[in-house]
Ligand binder design. Structure first.
Ligand SMILES: C[S@@+](CC[C@H](N)C(=O)[O-])C[C@H]1O[C@@H](n2cnc3c(N)ncnc32)[C@H](O)[C@@H]1O
Length: 242
């Protein structure tokens, strides 16, 4: 999650310029206060650099941004202290999503905005079924519990209603088709190392992991290119505090 303050409304011009140099993408599970919000002093940014950050600057800038690790349902921030909150693919992982939205509503000032994305209904790639069948066949233990309450918010109607129940108004939800077409090599690399599939594989003994990878590769080589494609829908929502 990312919290943003509109420093331009109440800071001198050079502080507002600094805001344009903030990196574009959030880090998982993090809240950022912009350095210009007052917590970390910052030198004025030269007008020559406005809008033209040097290559590599964004990454080092991101490392210096203050972060807070917190449960979205109990935010350690003052009421009405942010202008914008962004929750990219976070809400369905929170045990009490509506409580989290109420918390977001609380920390936003009047007229503030929340922007969030969730997954719509998604069948998943056929190749993933093959991968999971092979994991089961090789005796990989199940992964630990992962909260992913997609059913609560996977249609525009459900998401809009949840935002309204949390006190937001002018909720707008758009649906965007999404797809990922990995090569076989990328598919294997992704599922070998990341997420639930990677964690389950890591629970097997090294010899069983090698055996699994040989078998799954043989099966996937026979699959059609189409079977590797993951298609879904992303719901993109915005709403305002009254
Ligand atoms: C799928 S990741 C999304 C990360 C990032 N927004 C992105 O788009 O790459 C889900 C994030 O939700 C965060 N998360 C899960 N439960 C949470 C909770 N109760 N409160 C706050 N964040 C939570 C996790 O830390 C994780 O970073």
């Amino acid at each position: 999650m990312v919290g943003i303050r509109n420093t331009a409304r109440r800071r001198p011009a050079h502080r507002a310029a600094a805001a344009s140099h903030s990196p574009p993408s959030p880090r998982p599970g993090c809240w950022r206060r912009h350095p210009a919000s007052g917590n970390s002093p910052r030198r004025p940014v030269s007008p020559h650099r406005r809008g033209r950050p040097r290559r590599g600057n964004a990454a080092s800038h991101a490392k210096r941004l203050p972060r807070t690790i917190a449960d979205a349902a109990r935010l350690p921030f003052k009421t009405a202290s942010y202008d914008v909150v962004v929750m990219a693919f976070v809400l369905f992982h929170v045990p009490q999503p509506e409580t989290a939205l109420r918390e977001v509503h609380r920390v936003l000032r009047a007229g503030g905005s929340v922007g969030l994305t969730t997954w719509g209904q998604d069948a998943g790639a056929r190749a993933l079924e093959i991968w999971n069948q092979e994991l089961d066949r090789h005796g990989a233990p199940p992964d630990g519990p992962l909260i992913a309450q997609h059913d609560l918010m996977n249609t525009p109607g459900k998401l809009r209603a949840m935002l309204q129940r949390a006190g937001f108004h002018r909720a707008q939800v758009d649906v965007m088709p999404w797809s990922h077409r990995p090569t076989l090599r990328h598919f294997i690399e992704q599922h070998r190392t990341l997420g639930v599939t990677g964690r389950r594989l890591a629970l097997l003994k090294p010899a069983a992991q090698g055996d699994f990878l040989r078998h799954v590769r043989l099966r996937l080589e026979k699959a059609r290119v189409h079977d590797l494609v993951d298609r879904g829908k992303v719901l993109i929502a915005t709403a305002l505090t009254p």
